[in-house]
Design a protein around this ligand. Structure first.
Ligand code: AMP
Ligand code: GLY
Length: 421
């Protein structure tokens, strides 16, 4: 089987690593890939958002399956373009990718399918937004409707803070078009967890649960990032709660999408708040998480490529992908200055020593230097994943791997999974 993997981050390196182990013995191509992915795949210089370029490449190379990592090409219609040419793609159509692209769309789906979620209103003008805030009272959450690179959600503890967010987004256009429609919602309380489900448009099976650490600093301080570390399993979300979330959130969403004629294929990422009344939906994403994938995929005791192919071009009904016993902890090593102004071009060494600890390394923002060494080339540089009999053992191994690196230009959080290990 010939596969085109789309993307260049740590998540995509983990996807390449997992697919390379498939009994289907795939030939892997990656666009654009990175130096780590190049260990498993032939990397080709087509950008992950270049839908026309990706489809042309897939056709030219006669690939059997396109595996998208990030959301951008899906929102831009990669799966639709593949479908027109009869190419299998393990991600959703642009219409179904609106589950990530628009928060008001997701809220409408949740309302129609009676999915438990925060009480909400959608507003498009300053007076309507301010009136809505007064009805809700503080604390309250203000969300930009569109994709806003992690900057679109303000959890406001006071009405003044909420009003300032409304004015910045709606009146001052601080987030551009993404912030011209807002979702205002009730503030939920509880631990968060991310549930991943593999979907074929009709059926869904769980692929595991992970917990991300979004803030840049220890003890959840500093600005939001794409994610600084993750672990799986999540003790506060035991299997019975996963079943409940599949039944009350994932399956109803899938049924509603199918009813509307826009069935969802691919990996559905449900961001959940585990409230006293059970799991409630915070948001959907239409892909694996990064760095959640770097913890989850090493724990998958199943043929990932076979699963993705079934989701793209068959059925996942009756499947029950198994996870290895034990736990995984993934620690992101970032370039100093991330997320504001990462310092790039810094030498990265010690990878052989880090691997010798038994940790797995997934590269993201790396580039090959003229001397064949590696240098940093992005904010998140690599993820180090430790697996062990439990979260404590996995965590020790992940940090042993990090300590073996030689990367003075980098930093990482010290407390990934600390509360559960
Ligand atoms: P989102 O971009 O929708 O994932 O939101 C980012 C973060 O904001 C979430 O991970 C939560 O920590 C927080 N958040 C979003 N919605 C709510 C809510 N209704 N109540 C409390 N916190 C929320
Ligand atoms: N780590 C969060 C995300 O991938 O959206």
């Amino acid at each position: 089987m010939k596969v085109l993997l789309v993307g260049s981050g740590g998540r995509e390196h983990a996807l390449a690593w997992a697919m390379a182990q498939s009994p289907l013995r795939p030939t892997l191509l990656a666009a654009p890939g990175n130096p780590g992915i190049a260990g498993h795949a032939r990397c080709l210089p087509v950008a992950a958002h270049d839908v026309a370029g990706l489809v042309a490449l897939a056709q030219e190379e006669r690939v059997d399956l396109v595996v998208p990592g990030p959301e951008a090409p899906l929102v831009a219609g990669l799966a639709d373009a593949c479908a027109q040419l009869g190419l299998a793609c393990s991600g959703p159509s642009a219409a179904a990718a609106q589950l990530e692209g628009s928060k008001s769309f997701t809220k409408a789906i949740a309302a129609a399918a009676q999915i438990p979620t925060a009480r909400f209103e959608t507003v498009e003008s300053v007076p309507a937004a301010l009136a809505c805030l007064r009805r809700f009272g503080a604390p309250v959450v203000v969300k930009a409707d569109g994709l806003a690179a992690g900057k679109g959600v303000v959890v406001a503890t006071t009405l003044a803070e909420a009003e300032a967010a409304v004015l910045a987004m709606l009146r001052d256009g601080s987030l551009g078009a993404a912030g011209q429609r807002l979702v205002i919602e009730e503030c939920l309380v509880g631990p968060e967890a991310s549930l991943f489900a593999l979907c074929d448009g009709e059926n869904a099976v769980p692929l595991g649960v992970a917990q991300d650490h979004k803030r840049v600093g220890d003890n959840d301080t500093g600005p939001n990032t794409g994610g600084m570390g993750a672990y799986t399993p999540v003790p506060v979300m035991p299997p019975a709660m996963v079943d409940a979330a599949m039944r009350r959130i994932v399956h109803p969403a899938l049924a509603e999408m199918a009813r509307r004629g826009t069935p969802f294929r691919g990996i559905l990422f449900a961001g959940l708040m585990l409230t006293a009344d059970g799991p409630k939906l915070i948001e959907f994403n239409v892909r694996l998480g990064d760095p959640e994938a770097q913890a989850l995929l090493p724990m998958l005791d199943a043929d990932l490529l076979g699963l993705l192919h079934r989701a793209a071009a068959g059925s996942v009904a009756g499947l029950a992908p198994r996870m290895h016993p034990g736990a995984a902890v993934a620690v992101v090593v970032a370039a100093r200055g991330y997320p504001t102004a990462p310092i790039l071009g810094q030498s990265l060494g010690g990878l052989t020593a880090a691997r010798a600890t038994g940790a797995l390394l997934f590269q993201a923002g790396t580039a090959t230097a003229p001397d064949d060494g590696l240098v940093s080339a992005g904010g998140r540089v690599l993820t180090v994943c430790g697996r062990g009999a439990d979260l404590a053992a996995a965590r020790r191994l992940a940090y042993a791997g990090v300590a073996a690196l030689n990367f003075p230009g980098g930093f990482w959080r010290q407390d990934i999974a600390a509360r559960v290990a």
